[in-house]
Design a protein around this ligand. Sequence first.
Ligand code: AMP
Ligand code: MN
Ligand code: MN
Ligand code: MN
Length: 273
Amino acid sequence: MIDLHLHTTASDGTLAPAELVARAASIGITILSVTDHDTTDGFDEASATAARLGVTLVAGIEVTAVENARDVHILGYFIDPHASPLAEFLTRQRADRVLRVVRIAERLRALGCPIDVEPLLHAAARHPGRSIGRPQIADVLIRSGYARDRDDVFDRLLGDAKPGFVPRAGEAPERIIDVIRNAGGIASLAHPGLLRKDDVIPRLARAGLAALEVCHSDHDADAERHYRELAAANGLAVSGGSDYHGDFGRRESALGRVTLPQADFDRLRALAA
Ligand code: AMP
Ligand code: MN
Ligand code: MN
Ligand code: MN
């Protein structure tokens, strides 16, 4: 089985990179990519475990771009995870995330949910390679008794247009595609069924996008068919993965459920070569 969309404790996943790779290998995943948000910090640890267990790790990332104040997630594959222009770019992305966490905490205080984000900010300062964001704020809200789980937080407070939402600064998707290509990789538009802005696809295809994430936990059979057709119509390859973050919430047992066909993977790899 092939899964090219997975998160670890380097961003908002709950398993450490070594644990994630071991778990994936134990259920029969043989090719995987760790795609943490705005960081490749989990790569070396994941790579060591993958080598030990005989599974293939594709160097990956999920970068947050912004268009019209909305987040657009761009996956990168076959990148050099230590390329220095990429590393410098990601350092800025993570610094913006820290500033945003501070602003969200201020907003939450005004909304009557005063939480202490100092421990989170200290952890971010101690581990500058890790990225923080709304999921980690959600965890503080849950621990402080203001919410039930992460989904509850996004539904009521931190999702798009909810009262605690703070717009983020960010780069256009075209710029992210360039950053990924300059690090030797190929770019795929993440979960277009969640984005629901199909009109960006032809434009991004012309800007060097290589693939569409057709297989994803939040795509039903109709969405999968629709995006496979759109990929073909725009000359794009197909990527896919579970977007597993750990055993909680709506993607609780997502690992192994959404996988990418080998033929699609072979085409992706050929594009990266
Ligand atoms: P951020 O990185 O701060 O933009 O937070 C977005 C992340 O929150 C996504 O990568 C998701 O993994 C996570 N998340 C968890 N629950 C939700 C939800 N209900 N809606 C949107 N994002 C969610
Ligand atoms: Mn996430
Ligand atoms: Mn995403
Ligand atoms: Mn993801």
